[in-house]
Write a protein that binds this ligand. Structure first.
Ligand code: PMP
Length: 360
């Protein structure tokens, strides 16, 4: 049976990419071996890593004064790596609280500095909203500002891009990187776990501005030290070669499709199909204000807990997988990453209509 995967991560990958990986699984690049059997120090893998890095630079138009690292430990490792790499002699940092993951980042940073928690959640027409950047109450002596543009669990997004000039902005782009073009030059650091829009889990992208290197706390483990990793081309320890290779295939796929402008067009179209239907229905509900609705993760509920459970089990039978909401918020969540096509969203909406007709 054909399935439609709405998982929040690890998540759907482009079929084309999976098929290519399958076709060259046993003999990659005429080496007579699988890519995952080859040394990361060998010429073949080295070329693959360099090409993937360049493709990511092209797609995101990363300026020359930024390093691109492929690390391990997920975004959570970066929650610790960021303060330990860039605080220098500062003792505090601003942590914008917009939901679950930005709060986790502050909790981890709290071990290494004073995390000034700035709660930007508010209410707009009885729905959850976020204050715009102009209203963020940032502190002049903070080492940097950390925020999360897409809260994967809450379904809350910040579409504005920072414009702080001399302040260092750090953004956790885990669940929205490559979903639309962004202006990298506005950030000090961008980091993202791969397992949503990039590739399989096990690899984490860090994009860091040159002037932030060389300030690491001496307690920082070398594998998380951006300066050490830069010197070693992200190979200070053995990198997750297979995940890096797969990420490279995804970057090529994005390029073939027309880059991030095309991704954004598709993503907006998919999200609006789903939100429009939810808003037109008296059965389903999404409690996020329009301006902050994520185009990647769409949480919604049916009228009762019982119906939520039934929805998930009936959806699974119909080939819709990964739709159960995160245990913290319950209900359902449809993640609409780049690899989810319009057909998949249309299939989900048809299923939702049918379920509403039967149980509404
Ligand atoms: N930040 C965000 C926005 C996330 O969505 C996630 C994972 N869902 C994390 C951080 C944590 O990522 P990891 O499990 O790769 O450490």
């Amino acid at each position: 049976m054909k399935t439609y995967n709405f998982s929040a991560g690890p998540a759907i990958l482009p079929q084309e990419v999976l098929k290519q990986a399958q076709a060259e699984f046993l003999d990659w690049n005429n080496t007579g071996a699988s890519v995952m059997e080859l040394s990361h120090r060998g010429k073949d893998f080295d070329e693959c890593a360099i090409e993937a890095t360049q493709d990511l630079r092209d797609i995101l138009q990363i300026p020359h004064n930024y390093k691109v690292l492929f690390l391990q430990g997920g975004a959570r490792a970066q929650f610790a790596a960021v303060p330990l790499n860039i605080l220098g002699n500062k003792t505090s940092a601003d942590y914008i609280d917009s939901g679950y993951w930005s709060k986790c980042a502050a909790d981890e940073a709290e071990k290494y500095c004073k995390a000034n928690r700035i709660d930007i959640k508010t209410v707009h027409e009885s729905k959850i909203a976020l204050q715009t950047m102009a209203n963020w109450n940032v502190n002049s002596d903070a080492g940097y500002i950390h925020y999360c543009p897409n809260e994967t669990i809450d379904g809350l997004a910040i579409f504005e891009e920072p414009n702080y000039n001399d302040k260092i902005v750090v953004a956790d782009y885990s669940s929205c990187i490559l979903s639309k073009p962004i202006d990298v030059s506005r950030y000090g650091i961008i980091y993202a776990g791969a397992q949503k829009n990039i590739g399989p889990s096990g690899i984490t992208i860090v994009i860091v501005r040159d002037d932030l290197l060389g300030k690491a706390n001496k307690m920082l483990p070398s594998v998380l030290d951006y300066t050490v990793e830069t010197k070693h081309d992200s190979m200070f320890n053995t990198p997750p070669t297979f995940a890096w290779y797969m990420s490279g295939l995804v970057f090529k796929w994005i390029k073939r499709l027309g880059g991030l402008a095309e991704m954004e067009k598709r993503n907006q179209h998919k999200a609006s199909m789903l939100y429009q239907y939810i808003d037109s229905s008296d059965f389903y509900h999404n409690n996020i204000a329009t301006a902050n609705r994520s185009i990647m993760n769409v949480p919604f509920v049916a009228p009762t807990e019982e119906l939520n459970k039934l929805f998930v089990s009936e959806a699974t039978k119909a080939g819709i997988i990964g739709i159960k909401g995160h245990r913290i918020v319950g209900g359902m969540r449809a993640s609409l990453y780049n690899a989810m096509d319009i057909k998949g969203v249309s299939y989900l909406v048809d299923f939702m209509k049918q379920f509403e007709k039967t149980h509404g």
